[in-house]
Ligand binder design. Structure first.
Ligand code: AMO
Length: 438
């Protein structure tokens, strides 16, 4: 029976002198003349294999890097081997031979490779243990996010990504041929989340891709990203949502600490503790922009006028210094900056917020308008016509509870946790203007 690399030492302890079988990829080959060391890689880690003869396949061809093999042998303790144990191989089978010339060296130190090289060779670069650890962390984030919400009576939903129009603005939509007409790829499940709250489900969440036809190439944008969406009924204001998000992030961080210590260590990363999350400040939009502007120390045309990426960085530095927190919430966004569905708190401000984490906006949310009359009144302000908003009207016309929600960008959260410079690194198969393969 197959034993994983990480379990070989324990298997040897239980049954000394007995042979074990391991299977995986050839990570490294070191030919020392009489003896050859091969590092085998499997999903659990690596193991040193020792061959007294040159390892070859059944046709006599030399072993190649990245070939998939199975090896049998007796484990032996060796303080110099990774993990303190090695396997003295008695039988080798090459089950998937790799071509001798690799376009990308899987065992190379990735800090010396550029992002383009890593992404151009995605099929092989995903084999690098350090790169794969990004996606272990990502899987754990999704699991913790979902578990936390389920434990609070939220139901997971899956909504269509083919929609008739945008919710977040008209210019960033991908059009798709749909029989004899054009539809769009969903920018956000916002509308469907709200429909499901009003359906009586009250509390819903979704983990699914969202599409934005943004033309610019920045370290914070993808054209397809995974949106962690939450929506709940019977809230009073955005403050209920910020509290929920704090609890949620706190749980995600605790779970990463508990189960992903080795993945975090590979990236020299750590996550905030519960006290730090609890201490996250909340600052109103106008005040936040003023503060960022002051912190930048610039005047005149160089001043900071809105919550741009630079302001986000200043506010996070401030939060770290003054509140010992990596997280800061900005609320009370002006009505002119938020979509028509946002609930106004007064003539100019809304019950909406952004969460900034380690210098980057990771989520947006807010209370929504749930009164049909107020929605109809507000439409002209946004240049919208009721006859084009039939579905939204139907959501609000037949009894809708006060509600709101937020969405966290999965790649942005992953990137900020691990300190990745570009969100593309946190996407298995990133989509940008020029990249749609593999
Ligand atoms: P917003 O458009 O701010 O809000 O998006 C929410 C979060 O999604 C992530 N995000 C992105 N990540 C990578 N690349 C992109 N192009 C991209 N665009 C957005 C960010 C961002 O904070 N409907 C609202 C949410 C709500 O109110 O429920 C919305 O989509 O982390």
């Amino acid at each position: 029976m197959r034993v994983l690399a990480r379990d070989v030492a324990a298997a040897a302890g239980e049954n000394p002198g007995a042979e074990v079988q391991v299977s995986g990829w050839v990570h490294r080959i070191r030919d020392m003349g009489g003896i050859t060391f091969v590092v085998l890689r499997d999903r659990s880690g690596i193991l040193q294999l020792v061959f007294n003869e040159k390892p070859v396949d059944s046709s006599g061809a030399a072993l190649t890097l990245e070939s998939v093999i199975s090896a049998r042998g007796v484990p032996a303790l060796n303080g110099k081997a990774p993990g303190g144990v090695e396997l003295r191989v008695s039988a080798l089978e090459v089950t998937g031979r790799a071509a001798p010339e690799l376009p990308y060296q899987v065992n190379a130190d990735i800090s010396r490779l550029g992002l383009e090289t890593i992404l151009d060779n995605r099929i092989l670069s995903l084999r690098s243990p350090k790169i794969r650890s990004i996606f272990n962390v990502q899987a754990a984030i999704v699991e913790a996010f979902s578990a936390y919400l389920r434990s609070r009576d939220f139901t997971e939903i899956k909504t269509s990504k083919l929609v008739w129009g945008g919710t977040e603005g008209g210019t960033e939509l991908f059009e798709v041929e749909y029989f004899d007409r054009k539809v769009c790829l969903a920018q956000s499940p916002q509308f469907y989340k709200e429909v499901m709250v009003a359906s009586g489900m009250e509390r819903v969440f979704e983990v699914a891709p969202a599409y934005r036809a943004e033309k610019h190439d920045t370290p914070r944008h993808l054209n397809e990203y995974v949106s962690l969406d939450v929506e709940m009924g019977f809230i009073e204001s955005e403050k209920d949502l910020m509290e929920l998000e704090k609890g949620l992030l706190c749980h995600v961080f605790e779970e990463l600490n508990r189960g992903n210590g080795a993945d975090l260590a590979r990236w020299n990363a750590s996550v905030p503790d519960a006290d730090a999350v609890a201490a996250s400040p909340v600052i109103g939009y106008e005040e936040a922009v003023k503060l960022a502007s002051e912190l930048s120390g610039r005047a005149g045309g160089g001043r900071i006028f809105d919550l741009n990426p630079e302001a986000e960085r200043f506010l996070c530095e401030w939060s770290k210094k003054e509140h010992a927190s990596d997280l800061v919430f900005v609320n009370e966004f002006p009505r002119r900056y938020r979509p028509f569905y946002t609930y106004p708190s007064d003539a100019n401000r809304t019950m909406s917020f952004d969460a900034l984490f380690r210098g980057l906006e990771i989520s947006t949310g807010g209370r929504r308008q749930h009164s049909y009359e107020a929605f109809v009144d507000a439409l002209p302000r946004f240049g919208l016509k009721l006859e084009n908003m039939r579905n939204y009207a139907a959501l609000l016309q037949y009894g809708c509870p006060p509600h709101g929600g937020f969405a966290i960008g999965l790649e942005r959260l992953t990137a900020r946790i691990l300190g990745l410079a570009n969100v593309k690194e946190a996407s298995l198969f990133p989509r940008d203007r020029k990249r749609v393969a593999p």
